[in-house]
Design a protein around this ligand. Structure first.
Ligand code: 5GP
Length: 367
């Protein structure tokens, strides 16, 4: 048994230090990055924010809105090959190509067959290979198999939290390694297994390792506010994947329900009687992909040997996703002017972090 002593940090443990800069306004910064990859020969111009391949956020409706802002979506793997092909055809007509769309795959034979059907169409090149434990030999083998089958593909694979495994996956054929075990908003892996690593430190180490072998990283999970997305890019993430921040919108999937509440206030009817004031609020379900709820909904029940590593929450309905995306991008531009980064890619070299004990003043609530 060993204990690694160096301090491991989360996004909430740090703040960015502002710097004197020549950038006079947010309009002078460029959040579109020209991405080139280790294996995939194509260049993609976009902002590296990816909607997570969860059933609730990896939807075709979210994908349309993400693309309007030049952002990516990893479609969830519960769409059939036919549904995917119909979407990809239509989407390529609307946006010119499917460069901002990832198709998701597990590592089973059925996953591979579906991937073959979709890839055969030539409509999409981006593949997100996703397993909860990226340290399993199945992942490395599957990445090698997919790279051999499609040398031109853009392959993202994960999830891991250490530099050595990032290098392994990249050398096996991945262009991007997805990093994060346990930071997710509806993830209970750390509670159930005791395994995980604070996400900010994960991103710093993994980005350094991946960049060393010409690969990239996607920081997956743990962002709760636009500032966390900025911190993640500054820590070295090339892409940032979001679940919870994009859930609960019109374009997200999940059951919608209405709840009634007593406000605490009363209406005076006369000097002896009063009536309780009621209010109603709408909520949308959001759940972890390995929660018992997801297992029941998408895999026909929970297998006995598995335990739930995710939870179900109800999020206050947030309306159209566009305003949330604009807030995230606005935060990113503003951060870049504070730290003097003209281009998205420059953020890590412009960033100095303070370690902090407290980052927000919530005296009047959390909004
Ligand atoms: P968020 O942005 O909500 O903090 O994190 C999203 C990420 O959480 C997803 O991209 C995925 O990696 C992870 N995730 C989603 N569902 C589950 C789950 O049921 N269990 C675990 N351990 N992680 C999950």
């Amino acid at each position: 048994m060993r204990i690694q002593d160096d301090i491991q940090l989360d996004y909430c443990d740090v703040l960015l230090r502002p710097k004197r800069s020549a950038l006079a306004s947010r309009s002078q910064v460029d959040i579109i990055r020209k991405y080139t990859f280790k294996w995939c020969p194509k260049t993609i111009e976009a902002t590296g924010i990816i909607s997570a391949n969860m059933f609730t956020t990896g939807t075709m409706e979210i994908a349309r809105e993400m693309q309007k802002q030049k952002l990516f979506t990893a479609l969830h793997k519960h769409y059939s090959a036919e549904e995917l092909l119909a979407f990809l055809k239509e989407n390529a007509k609307q946006f010119g190509n499917n460069d901002l769309i990832f198709i998701s795959s597990g590592v089973s034979d059925t996953d591979y067959e579906k991937l073959q059907t979709v890839m055969k169409s030539g409509l999409v090149d981006n593949i997100c290979i996703d397993v909860a434990n990226g340290y399993s030999p199945y992942l490395v083998n599957y990445v090698q198999k997919v790279r051999t089958a499609w040398p031109q593909a853009l392959i993202m694979a994960g999830n891991v939290v250490t530099g050595d495994m990032c290098e392994d996956l990249i050398l096996s054929g991945a262009d991007i390694v997805k990093v994060g075990i346990g930071p997710g908003s509806v993830c209970t892996t750390r509670k159930l297994t005791g395994v995980g690593r604070p996400q900010f430190s994960t991103v710093i180490e993994c980005a350094d390792a991946a960049h060393g072998v010409s690969g990239m990283v996607c920081a997956d999970g743990g962002c709760t506010v636009p500032g966390d997305v900025c911190k993640s890019f500054c820590a070295g993430a090339d892409f940032v994947m979001l679940g919870g921040m994009l859930a609960g919108h019109e374009e997200s999937a999940g059951e919608l329900c209405t709840k009634h509440f007593q406000t605490g206030e009363v209406d005076l009817i006369d000097d002896k009687t009063c009536a309780m004031k009621l209010t109603e609020k709408q909520y949308k379900k959001f759940y972890g992909m390995s929660s018992e709820y997801a297992q029941e909904a998408h895999y026909g029940g929970m297998k006995k040997y598995r335990a739930s590593e995710g939870k179900v929450v109800e999020i206050l309905f947030r309306g159209p996703i566009e305003h949330t995306l604009l807030a995230i991008l606005g935060g990113l531009r503003s951060c870049m002017t504070y730290i003097g980064a003209k281009r998205l890619k420059d953020m890590p070299k412009c960033a100095t972090f303070y370690r902090v004990n407290r980052q927000l003043n919530n005296i009047f609530g959390e909004e």
